[in-house]
Design a protein around this ligand. Structure first.
Ligand code: AMP
Length: 180
């Protein structure tokens, strides 16, 4: 199901731009104003449910931390499990870890080694936004490392001028609800 022009505008307009956060020169896309707008939030979740209900998924995996909000809500709608991909040091059991480069320095994400108890589990990975693609690319590697079948990677928003999706597309198809 494609989003109508009106629905796309409703979702897009509900996301607030915060200039110079967390540092000068960055325009932060604030999705809290989407979440507290019940029409926009429901329209987005209806769209995601409609798209993914025929994908025969076993799990939705969400990226720390805004990917948890959309991912967990979608998993519940699809009546399947949810798996968190977390920043290093937060998961309590045995993990696999992937390091990735930031503008200055490195960061790491982790997943539980036994996160997907089904063999060849069909997984959708989701996050709110793709910028450089470093975080999502590391998360795709983790999902493949634990031998799950990464079916698609979904973002609410793609900052296309940073071309981050190109990296992720080497591993799995990418779907972005909105593009800037
Ligand atoms: P990247 O690894 O560069 O693709 O950055 C993606 C991660 O950083 C996502 O988890 C986003 O939530 C967050 N992020 C990066 N840039 C922005 C931005 N301009 N506005 C909001 N979140 C951002």
């Amino acid at each position: 199901m494609n989003l109508s022009k009106e629905d796309r505008k409703l979702i897009f307009d509900s996301i607030r731009d915060i200039p110079d956060f967390p540092k000068e020169g960055i325009v932060f896309k604030d999705i809290t104003t989407l979440l507290n707008n019940k029409e926009a939030y429901k329209t987005l979740m209806d769209h995601l449910e409609e798209r993914y209900k025929s994908y025969n998924l076993d799990y939705v995996a969400g990226i720390d931390s805004r990917g948890f909000i959309f991912g967990a809500a979608l998993a519940d709608r699809l009546n399947i499990g949810f798996v968190p991909v977390r920043k290093k040091g937060k998961l309590p059991s045995t993990t696999v870890c992937e390091k990735y480069e930031l503008e200055y320095g490195f960061d790491e994400v982790e997943i539980h080694l036994d996160a997907f108890p089904i063999e060849n589990a069909r997984v959708l990975l989701i996050d709110d936004l793709i910028a450089t693609g470093g975080t999502a690319n590391a998360a795709t590697k983790l999902i493949q490392h634990v031998k799950a079948n990464l079916v698609e990677v979904c973002f609410l928003l793609n900052l296309t001028f940073l071309e981050g999706a190109k990296k992720v597309e080497e591993h799995a198809p990418v779907y972005s609800v909105l593009e800037v």
